[in-house]
Design a protein around this ligand. Structure first.
Ligand SMILES: [Zn+2]
Length: 191
């Protein structure tokens, strides 16, 4: 999880990074030669982390909008919206964060951190739906493919980039503003 001193979004217990996350971040910091770095390098490192989170949540948010779901809130660590009732759409919405990160060339280590919870939730809903392991794997595969195709659409990816940029800078965005960005991009296509 990103941590911003003085930010109002860091007080919740759910935003505390787990030991595993800290270990993964430590590895990443080493990889990026960050453990011995100066303040400037650390700032770059942390901004990369924020950007990775911003793309993740922007991916969820824009796919939710594409599905016609009403966003309740959008923050750099969390998007709240209703769950689609159908399993394929639910899985697509859940994998959208990771796929947006991959398309944005976010390092895999970050994708693993942000996507861990989504992955677990996908497995949970697949199990709840009574799918076999094989069916579950196939369902995940087609969800990934469907979202990759959606992100290939110019208006969708443009909206993801704009929402991510906004989240990167301000750490949150009003649902109304995100919906406006999405509509603007979609309208450009129709013109
Ligand atoms: Zn996610």
């Amino acid at each position: 999880m990103p941590n911003k001193k003085g930010g109002k979004r860091t007080s919740g217990a759910d935003l505390q990074p787990s030991a595993q996350t800290l270990a993964a971040l430590g590895e990443l910091a080493l990889e990026w030669n960050c453990s011995r770095c100066d303040a400037l390098e650390r700032a770059v490192y942390h901004s990369k982390s924020s950007l990775a989170h911003a793309y993740h949540e922007a991916g969820h948010a824009v796919i939710a909008l594409e599905f016609g779901l009403e966003l309740k809130s959008i923050e750099i660590t969390k998007v709240k919206c209703p769950h689609p009732s159908e399993l394929p759409a639910r899985l697509q919405l859940m994998v959208a964060g990771m796929i947006a990160q991959r398309k944005a060339d976010v390092p895999e280590a970050y994708i693993a951190i942000s996507g861990k919870l989504d992955q677990a939730k996908c497995e949970q809903v697949i199990a709840e739906d009574g799918l076999s392991k094989k069916q579950g794997i196939a369902a995940m595969e087609s969800a990934r493919k469907a979202v990759e195709d959606l992100f290939e659409k110019k208006y969708i990816w443009s909206a993801v980039r704009r929402v991510a940029a906004r989240l990167f800078e301000f750490w949150e965005m009003s649902p109304m503003e995100a919906a406006k960005v999405f509509e603007e991009e979609r309208t450009k296509v129709e013109e």
